[in-house]
Every structure is written in C-alpha cells, then in structure tokens.
Ligand binder design. Structure first.
Ligand code: HSE
Length: 319
C-alpha cells in the first residue's frame, strides 16, 4: 500500500503532546514529521528548544506544507476553533479532545462531509485501547446490542487506591493528577463528565447515534461514601464507574454513566488502576472484552500515533 508523507502541525505540548513527540522519534518507519508546534505560554520551560515552537495558530493553519493537524490542547472551545478552521482548509485532523468532539459532534460531522477531510480521535475514548477502530470496522453485520465499560482512568485509579490500599480520596486524586491521568479540572473525571463524553463517542460508533451531552445522565464517584465502601467490602464487591449503552424495544437507546457494585464474576471487577475495560455484546459473537491503559502520556500518544499512521493511507470513519 502506498502511503502519504505527513507534515504535522501540532497544537499543544503538554503530557500527551510531549509523549507524541517522543514516540514519533522512536517510530522511524512512519513518514511523519512534526513541522511546527503551537503553544500558548512563551515563558514555560520545555524539553526542546524555542525554535520548534510558534505562538500564532495561523503559522500552522496557513502553512500549505502542513497536511495534518494534531490537536492536543486542554481547552475544548479553543480546540474546536482550531479543528474547524483546519477542516475548512482541507487539512486532516487528529484530536484527543473528547469534550470538544462530544460538544460539537454534529458540526464536526458536517465539516468533514463538506470539506471531504477526515477527523480521527481514537485517543479521545479509552486512550490506548483501539475501541473506536474496532467499533467502526468489526461490527458492520454482527449487530451490537450493548456496550458497557470503565472508560475513565483517573476514577478507576482513585477507586482502586481508596478501596484496596485505603488511601484517602484526596491523596488518590493527587496521585492521579501527578501521574498525568486527570483532567486539569478533575471534576470532569470525578463527576463522570469525561466518561459521558467518551460514551457519546462510543454511541456514535456503535449505534450511529449522535447524542448531545445533556441527553445522557452522568453520576460520578463524588457521592460514594464510607457506607457504600463498607457494604462493598462486606459483600466481596468493588465499586466501578461504568458507562453503559444498550438498545431497547423498537430501536430506542438507553445510555448513562453510574457507579456500580461489581462482583468477581464480572470482568470489570478485574480492571483496576488506570486501566479501562469495555465489554461489547453482539447478536452472533456473544461478548468481546477490550482492555488497555485508559490515560497517561505514552498510551494516549500511542492512539494518536495510530491515527496519524491511518491518515497516511487515507483512513476515515464511516460512522
Ligand atoms: N482524564 C482522563 C482519564 C484522561 O482519566 O481517563 C484520558 O482520557
């Protein structure tokens, strides 16, 4: 298969951006080069020299040599501005921004269609676990009945540490932040919003259903108290934050995010720390179980890398 050479304009050089920079250095087979990196803060000390950076997004968006935009910034509104401008200019885009995708799903679909350019975002749902690609490619004829899983690494890490190692909630959250797992506003994790955005993405690729964030109810882990933890321990259960979607009568779809008690017979019971796990149920295959690291620099960069590689052979989602 002939592959395109890719010249990348990167937005953001935080945990994932820096991770991508490093994994690209270790991937010599891929004809992809970061040509320019746009960051906000001029004074921040970085591991590579200032000559690699620009502070003006137009330096990248207007560069005709750059054919791929990789968007890895923290702010969903600013990300949408960049991504929509790039798609309008006919540049393919890779993003890891689940909030941006979830909040602008319809507009992003339209922009892809109107400009005939792909937007890929494997890293936005479950980081390194290739769940979107599997939902897109495998289940065309064996129809999905339900999808359920742990899709947020930080809350799974916190639940694991508080439950098994008796760490305090605040100490476990601090560790999740220090390890680069948590969102910069951790309420997005602990309140179940990040899981909800990922569930929206999974819904689009499993059932072709584009939900708005306000359509799906999310309950996070903040309300889990000593009583629930004590109950779980007494009964030999664990508490997991689970995103769930299933088809009901006449094609209706129910989807939500809730903490659940799970026992050892449930595969999600065994998904601990920063790992994510997703169980799909289909008409013919019975169930599949996907598992992988759900956050962190290299695992997330691995999914971004996979999308970049897919663009080199013009891959796009069919939905
Ligand atoms: N804050 C997210 C999580 C990062 O903990 O899952 C990966 O999407």
């Amino acid at each position: 298969m002939s592959r395109k050479n890719l010249n990348i304009g990167l937005f953001g050089f935080g945990v994932v951006g820096h991770g991508l920079y490093e994994v690209l250095q270790k991937t010599p087979g891929l004809q992809a080069t970061i040509k320019n990196i746009c960051v906000k803060d001029k004074d921040k000390k970085r591991q590579i020299g200032p000559e690699n950076f620009t502070y003006d997004k137009n330096d990248i968006l207007n560069d005709p040599d750059i054919n791929v935009i990789v968007e890895l910034i923290d702010d969903a509104d600013a990300a949408y501005e960049i991504v929509s401008a790039a798609l309008k200019k006919g540049k393919a885009v890779v993003s890891a921004n689940k909030k941006m995708v979830a909040e602008h799903f319809q507009e992003l679909l339209q922009l892809q269609r109107e400009n005939n350019v792909p937007l890929l975002y494997e890293a936005a749902a479950c980081a390194s676990m290739p769940i979107i690609r599997n939902l897109e490619e495998y289940y065309d004829n064996d129809l999905l009945e339900s999808i359920e899983g742990i899709v947020n690494g930080s809350t799974n890490y916190i639940l694991t540490k508080t439950f098994a190692e008796n760490l305090s909630y605040d100490a476990a959250l601090k560790q999740a932040q220090d390890l680069g797992f948590a969102e910069s506003n951790p309420i997005l994790d602990t309140g179940g919003f990040d899981a909800k955005y990922k569930l929206q993405i999974l819904l689009a690729h499993s059932f072709g259903y584009i939900a708005k964030p306000e359509e799906l109810y999310n309950i996070g882990i903040d309300g889990i108290g000593d009583l629930e933890l004590k109950y779980a321990k007494e009964k030999g259960l664990k508490i997991k934050l689970v995103a769930q979607a299933f088809k009901g009568a006449e094609g209706s779809i129910s989807a939500f995010v809730i903490p659940k008690f799970v026992g050892p017979e449930d595969r999600l019971y065994h998904v601990d720390d920063v790992f994510n796990g997703v169980i799909t149920k289909t008409s013919f295959a019975d169930t599949h179980f996907f598992v992988g690291r759900g956050a962190g620099a290299y695992p997330t960069a691995s999914a971004v890398l996979s999308d970049i590689s897919a663009l080199s052979y013009d891959y796009r989602y069919e939905y």
